[in-house]
Design a protein around this ligand. Structure first.
Ligand SMILES: Cc1cc2nc3c(=O)[nH]c(=O)nc-3n(C[C@H](O)[C@H](O)[C@H](O)COP(=O)(O)OP(=O)(O)OC[C@H]3O[C@@H](n4cnc5c(N)ncnc54)[C@H](O)[C@@H]3O)c2cc1C
Length: 422
């Protein structure tokens, strides 16, 4: 059975607790198998909670280390740190996100005009490519909001090299349907398959590999592209400084702002009298020029509601990223008399674009927007300058310190006992 992806921290904690015994050698041995919907219990399926930070990487890594130790659980811990790596990489090279946005707009033009591109695109996203495994993954993605990692790699490779569709439209399709759809992990993984991320490196899906790792469910012999030339030369946008984050003014009357990138604001700032104002800003519809699936929108809305429930305030407000939503946010902040709004750091992506537009409007009302960086991110992201293994080499010895600094493991026992995580 798939876990019920209920968008609460408690549900994420329970899923982590169920998976923990399997996060050691079991995971390392079986993780590459995609056994189909309802059969994915060889992997954690924690990504929807991790993506919205209903669970933090630090606590998943800490709980795994405590249960298994590093030698047995290194693979699972490494995979969890891939998320941190991609986020750090994009944070320092935001040009890759802007390029992706432009590539989606550019690729949609011929599709909007109709003709061959439109027909090929429509056939693919409606599961009518004629390649059985690919069409199956389309349905699984749309119906469940999840695909196994290996299926994502095969899917992206077939999309780009066999169906010869623009990579950015495939990434957009994922971002609109994956419950864990993430600007960094998604964009950079698609870039990697297409050969844009690492010079000279593409990912070619092969029929034999698919047959082996789907346990014989599929065997697209003779249907797949025999080679994968990079779609263009790998370009690394310029490397910027890692973000430092802002320090809140401890004396200012302070409201809370939560976005879908980090629904775990507890402990960012001590507010002895409670929050006068807590605002949840939902930017899900900004992930794409095309409609985002209801499943994704509902998960994100639920995650934000859960964050508000865990952080009671005199005034609680949920707004979307429309002009009306922004107006309501600014008006309410003014009425609540706050001098600053603190928010967990909003990484590069759709919510960041919205928050960047919001900041000057708040400033015009004398309200500072204070973006607080987690210790985990502050210490790990500077290492994300090149490939993952260079990152891991630097991160691995720092893990104990990082966990301590990034937040003591509050999971799973403490949540069960009803104590508030830091
Ligand atoms: C083309 C493509 C697109 C992808 N798009 C996304 C996306 O939008 N959002 C997303 O969260 N992941 C994405 N991934 C990465 C990966 O496929 C998923 O994180 C993973 O499959 C989630 O399932 P899980 O929780 O069962 O993973 P597990 O195997 O149980 O791994 C544990 C955790 O580690 C992290 N993780 C594992 N593999 C990766 C990886 N390669 N990159 C980043 N984090 C990883 C996830 O947080 C995951 O929950 C993509 C991969 C590819 C190849």
């Amino acid at each position: 059975m798939e876990p019920d992806w209920i968008p609460t921290r408690a549900a994420g904690a329970a899923a982590l607790e169920r998976f923990l015994p399997h996060a050691g050698r079991d995971y390392a041995r079986r993780r590459n198998y995609d056994l189909g919907p309802g059969q994915h219990d060889n992997v954690s399926r924690l990504s929807p909670w991790l993506r919205h930070r209903l669970l933090a990487e630090s606590e998943v890594v800490a709980a795994t280390l405590a249960h298994h130790g590093l030698p047995a659980a290194e693979k699972f811990i490494q995979e969890t740190c891939w998320r941190t790596y991609w986020k750090g990489w994009l944070e320092r090279r935001p040009g890759a996100w802007r390029d992706y946005r432009a590539a989606v707009e550019g690729a949609l033009e011929p599709v909007d005009r109709g003709g061959r591109e439109a027909a090929a695109y429509e056939a693919a996203v409606n599961g009518r490519s004629g390649i059985e495994c690919f069409d199956h993954w389309v349905r699984e993605l749309v119906d469940t909001g999840y695909l196994h990692n290996h299926a994502r790699m095969w899917f992206a490779s077939i999309w780009i090299f066999t169906l010869k569709l623009p990579w950015a439209l495939g990434a957009d399709f994922f971002l609109r349907h994956l419950l864990d759809g993430d600007p960094a992990s998604n964009t950079l993984s698609w870039r990697w398959v297409a050969g844009l991320q690492t010079r000279g490196k593409t990912y070619l899906a092969r029929a034999g590999n698919i047959a082996k790792y789907t346990d014989g469910r599929f065997s697209p012999e003779g249907q797949l592209a025999p080679r994968a030339e990079p779609v263009a030369e790998a370009v690394r946008p310029p490397l910027g400084d890692p973000p430092a984050g802002d320090a809140p003014d401890p004396y200012a009357r302070t409201g809370l702002l939560v976005t879908e990138d980090d629904a775990l604001p507890e402990g960012l700032l001590q507010t002895p009298g409670g929050w006068p104002l807590a605002v949840a800003l939902q930017a899900t519809d900004r992930r794409s020029p095309l409609p985002v699936s209801d499943r994704v929108t509902d998960f994100t809305a639920g995650a934000l509601d859960d964050a508000l429930d865990r952080n009671p305030a005199a005034i609680s407000l949920r707004v979307d990223a429309s002009e009306t939503g922004m107006d309501r946010l600014v008006d309410t902040a003014r009425t609540a008399g706050v001098g600053q709004l603190v928010t967990p750091w909003v990484p590069v992506g759709p919510a960041r674009e919205v928050v960047d537009r919001l900041e000057p409007r708040l400033r015009a009302e004398g309200i500072a927007l204070v973006r607080v960086l987690r210790e985990w991110d502050r210490r790990a992201w500077p290492h994300a300058t090149a490939g993952f293994f260079a990152f891991w080499k630097r991160l691995r010895p720092e893990l104990p310190e990082l966990i301590e600094a990034g937040g003591r493991p509050a999971l799973p026992g403490e949540l069960r006992e009803g104590r508030t995580p830091r």
